[in-house]
Design a protein around this ligand. Sequence first.
Ligand SMILES: NC(=O)c1ccc[n+]([C@@H]2O[C@H](COP(=O)([O-])OP(=O)(O)OC[C@H]3O[C@@H](n4cnc5c(N)ncnc54)[C@H](OP(=O)(O)O)[C@@H]3O)[C@@H](O)[C@H]2O)c1
Length: 250
Amino acid sequence: MSNAFHDKVAVVTGGSAGIGFATAHEIAGAGGTVYITGRDRDRLSAAASRIPGDVVGVPADSSSAEDLGRLFTQVRQRSGRLDVLVTNAAAIGTAPLGEITREIVTTTFDVNVTGTIMTVQQALPLLADGGAVVLTGSMAAHKASRGRSVYAASKAAVRALARTWALELTPRGIRVNVVSPGPTDTPAIARLAGDAEQRGAFFAKMGEGTPMTRAGTAEEVAAVIAFVASDAASHVNGADYQVDGGYGQV
Ligand SMILES: NC(=O)c1ccc[n+]([C@@H]2O[C@H](COP(=O)([O-])OP(=O)(O)OC[C@H]3O[C@@H](n4cnc5c(N)ncnc54)[C@H](OP(=O)(O)O)[C@@H]3O)[C@@H](O)[C@H]2O)c1
């Protein structure tokens, strides 16, 4: 992958932490210019400065059409085009049936579904023919886990969007794929663990549910996102790569 993104311009939403950060790192390390987004400005600029290469942090909430407009205006003005779009920002609403509030549904769908649609749609005029779109899905769309019905439904929608968009964008040579992580050690999931001391035990428990008996790392997911986004995957379209240590496969 060393030069796979030479001369390419990428946007990774939710790129200041976890899988998005690791993806931006991977693409920048392979020669790409990368724009990363996130809502927390300090975390975003710290993340951008931690990644070697041409990496620009643009504060943007994926549920805000206005923020997305500013993001793509900046990409157009600075880079003139976009080759790779990774929609990775997500809200992980959790509540068992009986406790699902309208707010959980709205927040989750605003970011994961409407946000994904608007991000891809607003990027479209800038996306170069032959470009690649990678939507971060989730194994939650394929395998149930308690309390995650709303989140799972939003990620099932992401998978469905990719199928149709792959068909619609084929005339322009733009490939659209999903990468679905299984349990992965990231700040989002670590927050569910409680304090730092409980983190090891939490991830060990999470890993027990996979044949590989461990959670994945953000870098393991990022490597697959980068592959799918690269020309090495030039005949991969409309697919869903599941990076889950076998969690949903066996
Ligand atoms: N970790 C897992 O086990 C796992 C499993 C399956 C799927 N996934 C998927 O993988 C993706 C990344 O998850 P992660 O675990 O890496 O999460 P993470 O560690 O919490 O990182 C999330 C990133 O997204 C940003 N973000 C959150 N909400 C945003 C919004 N509304 N607009 C723009 N940026 C936003 C965060 O920054 P700010 O908070 O500053 O905005 C941060 O940079 C998500 O799509 C998630 O659903 C993760």
